[in-house]
Design a protein around this ligand. Structure first.
Ligand SMILES: C[S@@+](CC[C@H](N)C(=O)[O-])C[C@H]1O[C@@H](n2cnc3c(N)ncnc32)[C@H](O)[C@@H]1O
Length: 375
């Protein structure tokens, strides 16, 4: 069976594994930075369409030991690239290296590209061009230890780019991370949700899309649609998958979802993003201070990503005061769950409620922890 690898932000691999399992994908194995699974290209297409926490879905072409740069070149050249691209397709190569003698990912990408274009030039007398921004065939090389694995990236543009976030505020999180956070704190679409520090609205919009059962890849294009191997049978399967996903969208969200921020511009930005995502009517958008939050009649989840670390424009004292008050707000949410993405653990040390669960993860390059409370 061909093998695939879906990548995820570090710390969110298990959330991705669970959702791939729900999609019926087989032979799942969690690894550093993602989840391996088995299936054909149509299974990879399904993951692109439905997986909310996946950043990329990669189709494995082969793997080999890479004790030297020459071994990398030879290994890449030993794969049959004619099946995957022609001189009239464009390509780009990305690489990651971990615990390896090959430490420079750009060098690995360059060597790989050379091996591919040399093979095609020898066979066809012409070579494909490189298009870094929007390649037809994005190639991905993962070097781990002294082994390289070569993949094609089905999505091209990373999967967090759903197409709806046209406006951003400072320090937005990726849509895929917002979705993983919702999964890790076990939010279910029948639980009311509030994000009192919503910024551009990423968490509440992802929640509303989930509640409406909108597949995250429904309204965007994918690199695989431009591959030579994307034949009539695959096109028919893709159209079928998309039609099924479109038919499954619910007309409205049944549960209250509140998005608030003290900055009116952020709330406006969240509104416009929600409109673009088709869920503006599913959200209650408010300008307000998180320190004044009361839970009113709602019992549900508070899920939020407060300012911290590098993303902060406040003095240490202001910050301490803010987190002290946030702790009191969280403690007041009896019968609810609160999930707070925290950049520095000392910020929440004074919370008057114990942490129920803590998930270390990365928001971009910033290490942080999702702390879950049940007040
Ligand atoms: C890290 S950003 C949230 C980003 C958001 N998760 C996203 O991806 O779009 C933190 C937000 O908290 C807001 N904020 C800071 N202090 C606040 C307060 N006391 N009450 C409400 N919002 C506040 C800021 O305006 C900012 O939009």
């Amino acid at each position: 069976m061909p093998r695939l690898f879906a990548t995820a932000a570090r710390g969110t691999e298990r959330a991705l594994r669970d959702e791939l399992k729900t999609l019926g994908l087989q032979s799942l194995r969690v690894d550093h930075g993602g989840v391996h699974f088995e299936g054909d290209l149509a299974h990879g297409m399904k993951a692109c369409l439905h997986a909310r926490c996946a950043v990329r879905v990669l189709w494995e072409l082969g793997g080999f030991p890479v004790p030297t740069p020459a071994a990398l070149y030879d290994g890449v050249r030993s794969l049959d690239w004619s099946e995957h691209l022609t001189p009239s397709h464009t390509l780009a190569v990305r690489a990651t290296c971990r615990d390896s003698t090959l430490t420079h990912s750009q060098f690995v990408a360059l060597k790989t590209k050379d091996a591919i274009v040399d093979q095609l030039r020898d066979r066809h007398g012409q070579r494909p061009d490189v298009d870094v921004g929007n390649p037809d065939v994005p190639v991905y090389v993962r070097v781990s230890g002294d082994r390289a694995t070569v993949y094609l990236d089905l999505a091209g543009e990373a999967l967090h780019r759903r197409g709806w976030r046209t406006r951003t505020t400072d320090a937005v999180m990726k849509e895929t991370l917002a979705s993983a956070v919702l999964s890790l704190c076990r939010w279910e679409p029948w639980r009311p949700l509030v994000d009192p520090l919503c910024g551009a609205g990423t968490i509440p919009i992802e929640a509303a899309l989930r509640a409406r059962n909108v597949a995250p890849g429904l309204d965007r294009g994918f690199a695989f649609e431009r591959w030579p191997r994307y034949d009539d049978a695959l096109r028919a399967r893709w159209n079928e998958l998309r039609a099924e996903a479109r038919a499954a969208v619910k007309g409205r969200c049944e549960v209250p979802i509140v998005a608030a921020d003290r900055d009116p511009e952020a709330v406006e930005c969240a509104r416009l993003n929600a409109r673009q995502a088709g869920v503006e009517g599913d959200l209650t958008l408010r300008v307000g201070d998180a320190r004044d939050l009361t839970w009113e009649h709602l019992r549900g989840h508070l899920v939020t990503d407060p300012p911290y670390g590098d993303r902060l424009r406040a003095s240490a004292q202001e910050l301490q005061g803010f987190y002290q008050r946030l702790g009191e707000v969280v403690a007041g949410l009896r019968g609810s769950i609160a999930a707070v993405l925290v950049g520095a653990p000392e910020l929440t040390r004074g919370f008057p409620v114990p942490v129920l669960k803590a998930f270390p993860l990365y928001n971009g390059n910033i290490p942080c922890t999702l702390q879950v409370y049940r007040p």
